[in-house]
Design a protein. Structure first.
Length: 188
């Protein structure tokens, strides 16, 4: 008959073996997940870039008057409101900011970036934002995020008050400024 201590040691050893095996699987899956995220990110960026180029070139083609056009008859195309749940292929995925538009219309990673910047007490650098959106602070992720930050600046969601330092261009609906608690009835 096996003693109680020996039985507990055997069970502990078996549990430790299962934990080590699961940790090894998690490490493998984490590595695989990171490489697949990188592929996904590259494909998404490529698609967004192509959509921008198509939108820019199609907008230029339709907006340029021809020799026979008098000019005043040409009407600028009206932009349709962007719905957060609608994903249209070939459309600009990061819309230009306009009054009443919330960060809900942005793709997830862009929304995360805008929210992190909005929650910060001051302008942030890409290397500060990357870990806060759940990415490893490696050069590739920092540079990819910097590109997204620049796109958000171009589209009016963020400002770059100093080179490489990004802040919110507009208050984000539903969030409070980090300094909003300091305003005690200021008349300014």
């Amino acid at each position: 008959m096996v003693s109680l201590i020996e039985e507990l040691e055997a069970r502990e050893s078996a549990a430790r073996g299962r934990v080590e095996e699961l940790e090894a699987k998690i490490a493998d899956l984490t590595s695989l997940l990171e490489s697949e995220r990188e592929v996904w990110s590259r494909l998404r960026i490529a698609r967004e870039t192509v959509a921008e180029v198509i939108a820019d070139t199609s907008g230029l083609d339709s907006a340029e008057p021809t020799a026979g056009d008098a000019g005043p008859e040409m009407v600028a195309p009206q932009r349709e409101p962007v719905e957060p749940d609608v994903r249209v292929v070939g459309a600009i995925m990061v819309p230009h900011w306009r009054e009443g538009l919330t960060s809900d219309v942005l793709p997830d990673v862009y929304r995360d970036i805008v929210e992190v910047v909005a929650d910060a007490s001051g302008p942030m650098q890409a290397k500060q934002i990357v870990p806060r959106i759940g990415l490893p602070a490696v050069t590739g992720k920092i540079e990819g995020t910097r590109g997204k930050l620049k796109r958000l600046v171009q589209r009016g969601w963020l400002i770059e008050d100093q080179p490489g330092r990004f802040g919110p261009a507009h208050p984000v609906a539903g969030t409070k400024s980090a300094n909003s608690g300091n305003d005690k009835g200021s008349s300014l």
